[in-house]
Design a protein around this ligand. Sequence first.
Ligand SMILES: Cc1cc2nc3c(=O)[nH]c(=O)nc-3n(C[C@H](O)[C@H](O)[C@H](O)COP(=O)(O)OP(=O)(O)OC[C@H]3O[C@@H](n4cnc5c(N)ncnc54)[C@H](O)[C@@H]3O)c2cc1C
Ligand SMILES: NC(=O)c1ccc[n+]([C@@H]2O[C@H](COP(=O)([O-])OP(=O)(O)OC[C@H]3O[C@@H](n4cnc5c(N)ncnc54)[C@H](O)[C@@H]3O)[C@@H](O)[C@H]2O)c1
Ligand code: SF4
Ligand code: FES
Length: 809
Amino acid sequence: MTSSRKKLVLVGNGMAGVRAIEHLLKLAPEAYEITIFGAEPHPNYNRIMLSSVLAGGTDLSEIVINDYEWYRSHNITLYTGHKIESIDTVNKKVRSDLGIETAYDELILATGSDPFMLPLPGADKEGVIAFRDIKDCQIMMETSKSYKKALVIGGGLLGLEAARGLLHLGMEVSVVHISDYIMERQLDRAAAAMLQKELEAQGMKFLLSKQSEAILGKKRVKSLLFADGSSADADLIVMAVGIRPNTALAKKSGIAVGRGIVVDDYMETNIPGIYAIGECAEHRGIAYGLVAPLYEQGAVLAKRLAGVQGQGYEGSVTSTKLKVSGVDVFSAGQYEEPAGSRALRYQDEIGGVYKKLVISEDKLIGAVLFGDTADGAQLFSLIKSGESVQGKERSLLLGLPDDAQKASPAARLEAMPDDEIICGCNGVSKGTIVEAITSGGCTSVGQIKACTKASASCGGCKPLVEGLLEIYAGDAAVKVKEGICGCTTLGRDEIVAEIKRMELKTVKEVMNVLEWSTEEGCSKCRPSLNYYLGMLWPEEYADEKESRITNERYHANIQKDGTFSVVPRIYGGVTSPGELKKIAEVAEKFDVPMVKFTGGQRLDLLGVKKEDLPKIWQELDMPSGHAYGKTLRTVKTCVGSTFCRFGTQDSIGMGIRLEKEFERLNTPAKVKLAVSGCPRNCAEATIKDFGVVAIDGGWELHVGGNGGVHVRATDLLCVVKTEDEVVEWASAFLQYYRENAAWNERTSNWVERVGLDSIKAALDNREDRLALQGRIRTALSVTTDPWKQIVKDKELRKNFEPISRVETV
Ligand SMILES: Cc1cc2nc3c(=O)[nH]c(=O)nc-3n(C[C@H](O)[C@H](O)[C@H](O)COP(=O)(O)OP(=O)(O)OC[C@H]3O[C@@H](n4cnc5c(N)ncnc54)[C@H](O)[C@@H]3O)c2cc1C
Ligand SMILES: NC(=O)c1ccc[n+]([C@@H]2O[C@H](COP(=O)([O-])OP(=O)(O)OC[C@H]3O[C@@H](n4cnc5c(N)ncnc54)[C@H](O)[C@@H]3O)[C@@H](O)[C@H]2O)c1
Ligand code: SF4
Ligand code: FES
């Protein structure tokens, strides 16, 4: 049966090529026997998300678009790690570097681009890389563990995203840019200056107007020399200075090549039956470097191959968004004013907002937005449609005309015309998404993603998709949540409810019964399930060590150089000469490189070798400070009424009591407490998960604070009179949080998500509080000190032995 099918070969297992195959399978599932060759040793993954992987937003395991099972289920023969080296255009065959020869009737070239590497002397040294694929990403993550200084050459989209990722990995990062302002291919000077200021605030440094001349160092890079004679030290250099279409294979096979592989409006090259799409293709003189146009090309080609009549590809207007958290930048069309056009600008230096519209003959031809990019989709639609904006300029620049619409994002979405593009990456309009909800029955972002591809790439449009779901699916949207990870479609609440209902007792059992799509789960679902099971069955469930995050497996924080930290518990931050002596002796004996106070008033022994951890804990003979886990970290206290003349209550005593009450508690995410002895609040209780502030004759209890990346001040939960009441409310709050938050959700996010009123309502009744307190005490009663156990148990200690010894055991 298969022999009657035509043979289709795709060279390049990347985003553009596989997307075209997906389209084709929808249009003509039986038409071709498909073979795919990919030079990378992976199934098709989302290259765009490499920036998020680097910046800690997601995991490499999460960015696969089509897993191996997808190829199998569509009867596609896949050769990964095979580079096609030659095309025999006469006998219609391709041959891979590993010797596989495959015949084709139709051939698609989707070989993407190569990153451009500046041909500098020394560019071949260790530590000089591009940022293009999984391998580059892994090198950067590895390098950051042992090296400090990174230089990124190129201040374009890729360079800035790489630099942000490297900052997240703890490196010192400078961006070396040739022009005198960054992102000059997408932004004008004003927007670029605001962006640079924002990135500098995040810790990025800039070396502008710099022409790189040579890379210095022995085997590994040491520094970068510039044409002006200056230089900058570097342990790692990432080149992000643009890309070049990958045309080598086409060129040597006699296919016409310009900047890219030259194609017509149906993506066909000069040789009939051979097509090119993606970054490798040149259409009407343009080779694109963003996914949206490549996907449009794929759709046109799929129709052509399926024999469906359709309009050819006419080229694309592009828009870009920088994927750096905390910074909103949008650019579309022509961002500098060409002759005969005019620009309208709005700039709010204090609010950090800049908008520029470029208008030519009453049409919008370009837009730059910084700080507030909410109107990006609408402006992009107008640029693409080419309709007249006469009379609307002011409202476009300042937001939508109607104040009510301005105030409400939902109303704004509702007012949006159906043909407006919501997902720029995948070219999905509002109408298509609404149709998927109202006719297709989609009730979650995951389903919309599967049905329309909206939000399947950079994820930037997800808030808009969620907004549409809320408007058009109403209650149904609220009920169906996205899966907690790619292994399941079930949300946190559904999973917890099912574990309870069916009394599931192990991670494996949950995965089997709830039909996980993967056998072993992933780094997101395994720790979540481990937490939910422990929370629901505190007395029966045996914690699965292998499902814990790395720090929790080692009961210590791994530092960037691979060493660990030791933080003994010092209740309430109050220590004694005896304890201090013990800590000092241990630090001396084990040559601990640094002893430091933590932000939570504890002592941190830094730079400890893994094999020394059990010995140090044995000698210290102090409780673990749990400074590494999703658990109670510290209770910070001020001096309070014992010594301070302003103190109204004994904050130290209260803090120590709370710390002793809740130490070792497993929580969805880390939990920090603080107690201040008066409203001057020296212990900063109002940025803690649970903050206690003494007032005359009582205590204020505050919840949901966070002093981290997104600073959030607490909400006042209630005011109580006695220390016992403080403990009762803290117990009830923490247990309610344990039972209702998602794994890895800090109280600050949880309080915002569920609303303070719902928490107040759940804790208002004393009986409910006591029941919650009873449950938290049960959970606490089965906890043990991890280090006391490890010190005693030979088997557990093996984990900390040097690798070679473990292997010989
Ligand atoms: C870090 C990063 C972030 C990005 N972010 C965005 C973004 O936010 N928005 C956006 O629109 N775009 C973004 N891009 C660009 C986007 O990823 C690319 O435009 C897109 O991946 C190009 O798809 P493609 O299929 O043409 O090429 P690729 O995805 O590169 O796929 C080509 C594949 O072909 C393989 N190949 C090449 N030659 C051969 C051969 N001879 N035989 C077999 N296989 C071969 C390659 O190994 C590669 O796997 C980003 C790119 C990077 C690197
Ligand atoms: N968010 C996004 O949409 C996104 C993110 C990453 C990558 N991408 C795409 O990936 C591709 C590669 O990105 P890119 O940023 O490398 O390309 P780019 O061409 O957009 O930018 C390269 C930058 O490097 C600078 N440059 C060139 N030579 C230099 C030199 N010798 N020294 C210092 N600077 C130099 C240029 O002035 C330019 O600003 C592009 O197609 C881009 O659109 C997109
Ligand atoms: S919070 Fe009040 S009691 Fe505590 S140290 Fe500051 S001033 Fe003194
Ligand atoms: S805009 Fe990137 S996935 Fe939708």
